[in-house]
Design a protein around this ligand. Structure first.
Ligand code: PLP
Length: 379
């Protein structure tokens, strides 16, 4: 079987070779438990974890002590939102987020609603943007936390973190951001942007699956959501996935080195893909903002046609409609619906997301393939 051209980097990325190389020793001879304090096996693992923590912190402009390793962004988001709610529930019960957030955020909020939280889900405009005035209006005296993603996984829309933090802090509210898609594509600096909590995942940035991190600002009080041996300053018990953590660290270091050049290269390919499709298919339309957008993504609606058949026919490329994380449902994307698309438009939308290993040839072939398939379906 010939594999399709991979244009689904927002679902997951392949491991960078340098990341795998950094991990290998910790899957083999350096197998120690980073919490073993009395022998060299443990020290070696602990040293590797400490270096990874430094690499993650450096990418974010944070300090080492502010990084908690987790099993991925879903866990980080759960820990951030539930942890703050539990720590501050005596002060309030209101949380503000956005209707187009990832399910990790939305379902966590839904869970907290059952425990007495009140949650405002802000609407977005047709481009996926939120209005800062609407956000400010929704802040109440009992608001604890605002959770807004740095960039959307389906349409790529980015959000102004610094302005959001300013607004939140003006009212004594904390800001959490799910930065899973922004990391490695946009510069994110928790000090400059004044962010209180930030979630990220290794497998979206050329690291391994099943590992991530939560940045927790110094002195911020959070209640652990998993109890046990008090690893990670008591915030996340459980033996560390040392190789995974090392991989995350290396992936962050590579992102830092490559970000500027890589995002420019990928943006040029994305623009070429988008222009090629739009030029050949006048009914095609880009979903979401084309201004405040990640460099690696275009989400295109192909108009009135059978979306399922479209995705099935596009078998020369690996793409998705909606988010891979919701692939259990056959519902149209709730993100696209929130932009005002009808069901048919949402079903006939395709997310193309590019990355480190996308080539100019991939893009040429992808354009040809998409145009041919859509034209054939329109006959
Ligand atoms: C992929 C993704 C997640 C989930 O990350 P996992 O590490 O797979 O749990 C959360 N938020 C966003 C925006 C994502 O793209």
């Amino acid at each position: 079987m010939k594999y399709p051209i991979y244009l689904d980097y927002n679902a997951t990325t392949p491991i960078d070779k340098a990341v795998l190389e950094a991990m290998m020793p910790y899957l083999t001879e350096h197998f120690g438990n980073a919490a073993s304090r009395f022998h060299a096996y443990g020290w070696q693992a602990a040293e590797a974890v400490s270096m990874a923590r430094q690499q993650v912190a450096t990418l974010l402009g944070a300090s080492e002590k502010e990084i908690i390793f987790t099993s991925g962004a879903t866990e980080s988001v759960n820990l951030a939102i539930k942890g703050i709610f539990e720590a501050l529930n005596h002060k309030g019960k209101h949380i503000i987020t956005v209707a187009t957030e990832h399910k990790a955020v939305l379902d966590t909020c839904l869970h907290l609603e059952k425990l007495g939280a009140e949650v405002t889900y802000l609407k977005v405009d047709t481009e996926g943007n939120i209005a800062l005035e609407a956000l400010e209006d929704s802040i109440r005296p009992d608001t604890l936390l605002i959770s807004v993603m740095a960039a959307n996984n389906e349409i790529g829309t980015t959000y102004p973190l610094r302005a959001l933090a300013q607004l939140a802090h003006k009212h004594g509210v904390l800001l959490h951001t799910d930065a899973t898609q922004a990391i490695g594509k946009l510069p994110v600096d928790v000090v400059a942007d004044d962010i209180d909590l930030l979630s990220l995942s290794a497998h979206k940035i050329y690291g391994p699956k099943g590992v991530g991190a939560l940045y927790v600002r110094k002195k911020l009080n959070l209640v652990a959501q998993q109890d046990g041996g008090k690893h990670e300053r008591g915030l996340r018990s459980g033996t560390l996935n040392v190789a995974g953590v090392v991989g995350l660290g290396k992936a962050c270091e590579l992102c830092q080195q490559m970000l500027v050049e890589e995002s420019a290269r990928v943006a040029a390919l994305r623009d070429q893909l988008e222009a090629g499709i739009l030029a050949a298919l006048p009914q095609a339309q880009v979903n979401g903002s084309r201004i405040n957008r990640l460099t690696n993504i275009t989400n295109i609606s192909f108009g009135q046609m059978d979306g399922e058949q479209l995705l099935m026919s596009l078998n020369g490329i690996a793409v998705s409609n909606g988010s891979a994380c919701n692939s259990a449902t056959t519902e149209p994307s709730y993100v696209l619906k929130a932009l005002g698309l009808d069901d048919t438009q949402a079903y006939s939308s395709v997310r193309f997301s590019l990355g480190r290993y996308t080539t100019a040839e991939d893009i040429t072939l992808a354009i040809e393939h998409v145009v041919q398939v859509v034209k054939r379906m329109r006959l």
